[in-house]
Write a protein of this length. Structure first.
Length: 255
């Protein structure tokens, strides 16, 4: 990618990152006086992580977390463990955190930064989706609208799955739309992979499956062959399934 040519996109990414970061410290435990924030959904992630027993290789997140998706949860857990090993945060037990709400703040801030980064990356992803069919300025304008839209901005400074799911969903849409011009095995595989990642982040991403299937049906229709590219479609499905099972092994282990 030509950095000079895409300098406006770089600035837009940094702007989106900064805008989302402005809400990082809102309603933290030190403000609420407990281990929860002003948003009730945020604590679910930490309660799910609390029940895990890494020493026993038990990473089952609980039914509540499974009903949402697990990729965001496991990523958050990996970040917190890395910070703990680095000495940047002292998690301890629930009683320890109640006596040191500053450490609880650090936990939420680390997890919120994950949302901030993926929220800003979603702006970049939308630009590339738009650039497939729009001019550079038009694609940049579409990305700018996402950068300042209220709901995506608010979701991007909370410990929620939405910004991560949106990023993976947009990347899947990107490769799905590329299928219209280039129905290669690579594009099928990548569209399926990122759809699987989006789905295991938040199950509502299943709606994104419309785009790769629509692109496949277009080529099957133009070829006048109902089973045209069926092997590539199978690769799409297998790559998505692999992403789902790797990030959610308990779907098999607990069913």
């Amino acid at each position: 990618m030509n950095l000079k040519k895409n300098l406006p996109l770089v600035f837009l990414f940094l702007f989106a990152l900064g805008l989302r970061a402005t809400g990082l410290k809102l309603g933290l435990p030190s403000e609420t006086g407990g281990l929860t924030t002003l948003h009730p959904d945020e604590s679910v992630t930490f309660f799910s992580l609390e029940r895990m027993k890494p020493a026993e290789l038990d990473f089952y997140p609980g039914e509540v977390a499974l009903s949402w998706g697990t990729l965001h949860l496991y990523t958050t857990g990996a970040i917190l463990k890395t910070l703990e090993l680095a000495g940047a945060i002292n998690i301890g037990g629930r009683d320890d955190l109640k006596g040191s709400l500053g450490e609880a703040d650090k936990m939420y801030l680390a997890a919120r930064w994950l949302s901030v980064v993926f929220g800003a990356l979603s702006v970049v992803a939308l630009y590339f989706v738009g650039s497939l069919f729009l001019s550079g300025p038009a694609a940049l304008a579409a990305a700018a609208l996402l950068a300042v839209s209220q709901s995506p901005v608010m979701a991007s400074y909370l410990v929620k799955t939405d910004s991560m799911m949106l990023f993976f969903a947009l990347v899947s849409v990107y490769f799905s739309l590329k299928l219209l011009r280039e129905p290669s095995t690579r594009n099928y595989a990548l569209a399926g992979l990122f759809l699987g990642l989006a789905f295991i982040t938040k199950y509502s991403a299943a709606l994104v499956a419309f785009f790769p299937f629509a692109a496949h049906c277009y080529h099957a229709y133009t070829a006048r062959k109902p089973f045209h590219g069926i092997k590539k479609l199978l690769i799409f499905a297998l790559s998505g399934l692999a992403a789902f099972l790797v990030c959610n092994p308990y779907f098999v282990l607990r069913t």
